[in-house]
Design a protein around this ligand. Structure first.
Ligand code: SAH
Ligand code: SF4
Length: 331
């Protein structure tokens, strides 16, 4: 760069590097979905997934190595939490994807491979608030990536106070992982519900919409066979979300070894969706992408050194299940 002073150039050369986390594996699925496994040090790896579509390219970015929130159906949640990613590690995933996919040549207004970002990779983005917001501000900044706020979506399991902070600091499009129509079931599937129950979560969604770039919230709902996929539960869901302008995104469960859950049958998914549609809700079914390379939602599981006591608890459970195999099915 010759348009900055020599002194600054020397200082940058001495103090700064331009690099994302090193890529240790690069996998391409049959449908073109591409997954990079990146080393973030001390035995931890994260994953970034690029999903090409006809008119857009979506990058699914990780925010933490592991996740502390233990949603019962999520591979990342099963691994435990190691640490928050830094700003460079988060924005570095976007920098890498554009560079690797070859559409970025540094010019303004050039087409880039990544047109949309979803903060839906490993981790709970709102649990790493400051770094995620700083990274997203770079995504939105015209002097950086210049993405519109509608093209950056953050997905949260429902950290209510942080949703309010996000509304003030960086209101991007919001997706909320609901997964259950009532507190009893949601407490089981998404344990943070015990702290912020559905009523509080929905109130936070309504507050968020006032400043959001879209006039609705997307509720994500992973369909688990025999757990949350009945028509009665669909009807209950209609009543639960009635007061919030929303779209519902139904996600077929993506299995991983030892999950203890099964994907709902296609006709169960169709029936569930039909109930929502008949009640006037907008409901889409997410097409599963990249599942042959374990790049689909909830399958992301780089190696993470679990620093919580969970690993120990799971080991104890594994021993117990060796005695009583039925225990292994407990989510
Ligand atoms: N922590 C955030 C964002 C990452 S998870 C959150 O929970 O919203 C992104 C989405 O994938 C969430 O809706 C999550 O519930 C869903 N998900 C997790 N495990 C899944 C699985 N095994 N199959 C399908 N979707 C899953
Ligand atoms: Fe964490 Fe989201 Fe997985 Fe829950 S679903 S364990 S919040 S990454």
């Amino acid at each position: 760069m010759t348009d900055i002073s020599r002194a600054l150039r020397e200082r940058l050369a001495a103090e700064a590097v331009i690099a994302g986390p090193p890529v240790v594996r690069d996998t391409i699925a049959a449908d073109g979905t591409r997954k990079w496994l990146m080393d973030v040090g001390t035995g931890n790896a994260i994953e970034t997934v690029f999903i090409p579509e006809t008119h857009r390219g979506t990058l699914c970015i990780s925010s933490q190595a592991g996740c502390a929130l233990e949603c019962s159906f999520c591979a990342t949640g099963r691994q435990g939490f190691n640490r928050n990613l830094g700003v460079a590690e988060i924005i570095g995933q976007l920098w890498w994807a554009n560079k690797c996919l070859g559409a970025y040549d540094g010019g303004r207004g050039e087409s880039r491979a990544v047109s949309n970002v979803v903060m839906m990779g490993m981790g709970e983005p709102l649990a790493n608030f400051d770094n995620v917001v700083t990274a997203m501000q770079l995504m939105l900044d015209d002097d950086a990536y210049g993405l519109s706020r509608r093209r950056v979506t953050l997905s949260t399991s429902g950290m209510v106070p942080a949703m309010d902070r996000l509304r003030d600091a960086c209101p991007v499009a919001l997706a909320v992982s609901l997964h259950a129509p009532n507190d009893a079931l949601r407490n089981e599937l998404v344990p943070i519900n015990r702290k912020y129950p559905i009523r509080e979560l929905l109130a936070a969604c309504t507050r968020y919409i006032e400043k959001a770039p879209r006039d609705f919230v997307t509720f994500e709902y992973v369909l688990l066979a025999g757990v949350n996929d009945s028509e009665a539960q669909a009807r209950e869901l209609v009543d639960t979300v009635a007061a919030v302008p929303c779209k519902v995104n139904l996600i077929p469960f993506n299995p991983f070894p030892g999950s203890g859950y099964a994907r709902s049958a296609p006709d169960a998914v169709a029936r569930f969706r039909e109930v929502l549609l008949r009640a006037g809700l907008v409901a889409t079914t997410r097409k599963t992408r990249g599942d042959d390379i374990a790049a689909a939602c909830g399958q992301l599981a780089g190696q993470v050194a679990d620093k919580t006591r969970r690993a120990q608890r799971r080991a104890t459970r594994a021993v117990a299940s060796a005695v009583d195999p039925a225990l292994e099915l407990a989510p």
